[in-house]
Design a protein around this ligand. Structure first.
Ligand SMILES: [Zn+2]
Length: 427
């Protein structure tokens, strides 16, 4: 995971051990910083305070409480809150470090010790309400393994700061950190600095008081390059394989929005699609209309599919398309909570799943495709769909397989470049 700096100016604040890289233009008078995990080094918190920020420091551990009480500046721009961060309201056991000279107690019993104390933990959004703050500009967390849950909670219920400094506590399996970084990137955060396990992210698109919801997108007609994104839904299935053959022959890449329940038995197909450079997107677990579900059910659909995709190809999707393109406010919020900043629809929808011929499908696609179009086709059938369940829906996808053989060369002939959905969004 290499940081992409792209001209971001950074300065380092704090001591060698407790310091962080941050963009200087994002700190100063009028800005609010929340710093979780004080330990016995609040040099970063103090440096922010010195530059004019209002700072709230959080740490429930007894030695940190003692340290902050003796080192904190006594003015109204500095507050201390002896509460830990978590994704819910609770009293949790904080496990002692094995080496008694270390300060850091951990919610995750990393060092397998028997000693603990009980401390209060709360989600950041709840603490923000209690403190009467409407938004936070910078968040720093060094919270000993709790960061994964807290990041998820920040992406879901907020707050989303413009600057996010996270220490990814070790040891952890590398995919866990990678998956958290991917979630943050999908939510618009750029990784601008990595120093040991201290990661600095910046999201310049965050406006104060922004409510996190995913934004629906149908196409990118504003792009300057002559690009299109070819997408396939409802696989992996038997029809995925001949489609992959056609794409490989033309040396182009597409995006496959897969259904979690369709993966079992077709792992090799999914692995092949990923290995050949195609993007794998999330299309829910059971192909349910998500706008009929409650928020937790929507999240479970997305999370479980993400988990199954990761178990198969080693990484989680960063793009999501709801079945039947159906969504409501709950779906948009739940998608944001799961780390998706967009809900991917399409601008070219030839209804290839209805009883159409290959010829009709390709004619529809070629007539409607423009620069920046997202084309929606189907390489599979939803796994819980009984044959003829929807009357109009046909039982196979051979017409689509045939249509792709016409569509791809025709669009290449017209000078289109094929990109994945993520690439299209990044243009
Ligand atoms: Zn579908």
């Amino acid at each position: 995971m290499r940081p992409r700096r792209r001209g971001v100016d950074l300065i380092r604040l704090g001591t060698v051990y407790g310091g962080w890289w941050v963009p200087p233009d994002e700190i100063g008078f009028g800005k609010l910083a929340y710093c979780a995990g004080a330990g016995e080094d609040i040099s970063f918190d103090l440096a922010l305070h010195e530059r004019g920020c209002r700072v709230v420091t959080f740490d429930p551990t007894p030695r940190a409480i003692e340290h902050v009480r003796t080192h904190a500046p006594s003015d109204e721009r500095f507050q201390f809150c002896p509460v830990g961060w978590w994704d819910g309201d609770a009293e949790l056991r904080f496990w002692a470090p094995r080496d008694p000279s270390h300060v850091s107690h951990s919610i995750v019993n990393l060092q397998k010790t028997d000693e603990f104390f009980v401390g209060a933990v709360k989600p950041v959004c709840a603490l923000m309400k209690e403190l009467g703050d409407e938004s936070v500009d910078l968040i720093k967390m060094d919270i000993e393994g709790a960061e994964y849950r807290v990041i998820r909670s920040l992406l879901g219920s907020g707050p989303r700061p413009r600057v996010l400094c996270v220490e990814f506590d070790q040891p952890q399996p590398i995919w866990r950190t990678a998956s958290a970084v991917m979630r943050l990137r999908a939510a618009g955060y750029s990784l601008v600095k990595v120093e040991r396990w201290n990661y600095t992210f910046v999201n310049r698109s965050v406006r104060r008081n922004a409510v996190p919801v995913a934004v629906p997108i149908k196409s990118r007609s504003d792009v300057r390059r002559n690009v299109v994104a070819l997408t396939f839904d409802d696989g992996p299935a038997e029809w995925t394989v001949p489609i992959l053959d056609t794409l490989r022959e033309a040396r182009i890449r597409a995006t496959f929005f897969v259904v979690g329940d369709a993966i079992a038995g077709r792992e090799a197909t999914l692995r092949r699609a990923s290995a050949e450079g195609h993007e794998i997107g999330n299309h829910g677990l059971r192909h349910r209309p998500l706008d009929t579900l409650v928020r937790d059910e929507v999240r479970a659909e997305l999370d479980e599919t993400g988990r199954r995709v990761r178990a198969t190809i080693g990484r989680e999707p960063t793009v999501f398309r709801p079945p039947y393109f159906r969504y409501n406010a709950t779906v948009l919020e739940a998608a944001a909570e799961c780390g998706f900043s967009r809900v991917i629809n399409a601008s070219v929808i030839p209804d290839d799943w209805i009883n159409e011929s290959a010829d009709e499908i390709s004619k529809d696609v070629l007539a409607a495709t423009r620069r920046g179009s997202i084309i929606d086709l189907h390489d599979g059938r939803p796994p819980h769909d009984a044959p003829h369940a929807h009357g109009k829906s046909r039982d196979d996808r051979w017409p689509t397989v045939g249509a792709v053989k016409t569509i791809v060369p025709a669009l290449l002939e017209r000078g289109f470049e094929f990109v994945t959905v993520s690439e299209l969004l990044a243009l």
